[in-house]
Design a protein around this ligand. Structure first.
Ligand code: C2E
Ligand code: MG
Ligand code: MG
Ligand code: MG
Length: 291
């Protein structure tokens, strides 16, 4: 494998994209063991509204391989998906996230958590029932869990996917349509999926303030989503100007490094205690106004 270092000097694993190299098989075995050993962690990234209120947290999986260093989620999720390990990974993530939600609730921190699920999960028989059972076991109300899905769920067996999502929705679980604009975005999908939130992909948000076409795409997406009664979250907001443009475009909430990157659980708890009560404030907005 090839290794490079990220900005913090931690080694980052990069594999070649072919599917069944010995390298990928090795990584798959390591991931299986890491899950069993609870070496895979969840970090949490806030979604905040423009008034600073914390709308929720997204759970993002993190794996530091003992020899290879940080393995990016996109990398090992692709491996899990193509190998049949995905349901196991998702169970692990749901179990960990719901345990954390229950602990936060016990401490008086009532914040909904979003978990990413892959199309594979949605097509696994009994998925909706197993999510409901897990919520009950943790004593967490369904409204405290959100599932982030992508339009890819409709590729394989759209009717089956729609049935599963309807069942989840019937249990009270909220659904969010992730990475909107990157795949097979169509109005048909939006009508067919019982989602209450749409997340505009970072690729449209990143250059919003400098690219008129991206700005127009975001404007249309926000308007479309609102006309369908959906909330809109922008992903990957890194600077003030983008925040302001999104607010002007009537986007509902943002997620991104401007607010906070995904944080380990203890750091998230501290962040929630510090920010949760009075709401997140942009650093600049916190400065006293010039006389
Ligand atoms: P996603 O669900 O669209 O998550 C957003 C990604 O954008 C995350 O990358 C997050 O760390 C990153 N991000 C957030 N704010 C910013 C920003 O301001 N700038 C930039 N450049 N990036 C930002 P991450 O954690 O590497 O995850 C990548 C993808 O892996 C996720 O995309 C999701 O599709 C998948 N993933 C992560 N955790 C899980 C999981 O537990 N289960 C499943 N099935 N997929 C997961
Ligand atoms: Mg997501
Ligand atoms: Mg996304
Ligand atoms: Mg993504």
């Amino acid at each position: 494998y090839q290794a490079k270092r990220d900005r913090t000097g931690v080694e980052v694993y990069e594999s070649k994209r072919d599917s069944n190299t010995p390298d990928r098989l090795g990584l798959l075995g390591d991931l299986r063991r890491a899950l069993d050993a609870h070496e895979v962690e969840l970090h949490y990234q806030p979604k905040v509204r423009f008034d600073g209120q914390v709308a929720g947290l997204e759970a993002l999986v993190r794996w530091v391989h003992p020899e290879r260093g940080k393995v990016p989620p996109d990398e090992f999720i692709a491996i899990a998906e193509s190998s049949g390990l995905m349901p196991h990974l998702t169970e692990y993530v749901l179990e960990t996230a719901l345990g954390q939600v229950a602990r936060w609730r016990a401490q008086g921190l009532r914040v909904p958590v979003a978990v990413n699920v892959s199309p594979r999960d949605v097509h696994t028989p009994g998925f909706a029932g197993s999510v409901a059972a897990r919520l009950a076991r943790h004593g967490v109300p369904a409204g405290a869990l959100q599932l982030e899905i992508t339009e890819h769920v409709l590729l394989e067996d759209p009717q089956r996917a729609a049935d599963t999502l309807a069942a989840l929705s019937g249990h009270g679980v909220k659904m969010s349509l992730d990475d909107f604009g990157t795949g097979y975005s169509s109005l048909v999908h939006l009508r067919r999926l019982p989602v209450s939130e749409l997340k505009i992909d970072r690729s449209f948000v990143a250059r919003l303030a400098v690219d008129a076409e991206d700005a127009e795409i975001v404007r249309c997406t926000v308007d479309l989503a609102h006309s369908l009664g959906l909330l809109v979250v922008a992903e990957g907001v890194e600077d003030d100007e983008t925040w302001e443009r999104l607010r002007d475009l009537r986007c509902d909430a943002v997620q991104g490094w401007l607010v906070a990157a995904a944080m380990p659980p203890e750091e998230t708890t501290a962040w929630l205690r510090a920010r949760g009560a009075r709401g997140w404030q942009r650093p600049r907005a916190a400065l006293p106004a010039a006389a």
